[in-house]
Design a protein around this ligand. Structure first.
Ligand SMILES: [Zn+2]
Length: 115
């Protein structure tokens, strides 16, 4: 079994880790978000560090099983304008209700009668 050597950036302790003690998260579409992590028993913290392509290759060769993350394209869209608030939702709901002839007929049964 391969041993992975890592240093804790918080307490500067060197650690020898088994592959199952290392978490590797790989973002397919945004590789700069990929990271690896492990638990440091000295400072009691979960450590995570960026993992570039070379680090990912080394960890995988060392036996670490990567967790692949695929972010839907909708989540990566850029949005502009004001944030939607409760009043906007109410206005939207009312607009939908007024736009639906079936709903309009339900609230005013005579609205469908010929004039
Ligand atoms: Zn530490």
């Amino acid at each position: 079994m391969a041993i992975i050597q890592a240093s804790c950036p918080r307490c500067d302790t060197d650690r020898d880790l088994r592959p199952d003690q290392v978490r590797l998260v790989v973002y397919d579409d945004t590789p700069d978000r990929s990271y690896y992590g492990f638990f440091c028993y000295v400072c009691g913290e979960n450590v995570s560090e960026p993992a570039n392509v070379e680090v990912i290759k080394l960890l995988v060769v060392g036996g670490v099983r990567p967790e692949y993350v695929n972010i839907p394209s909708e989540a990566r869209e850029r949005h502009s304008g004001p944030v939607l608030n409760e009043d906007d939702l109410i206005a939207f709901g009312l607009a939908l209700k007024n736009a639906d002839p079936v709903e309009r007929a339900k609230s005013d049964p005579r609205s469908g009668e010929p004039q």
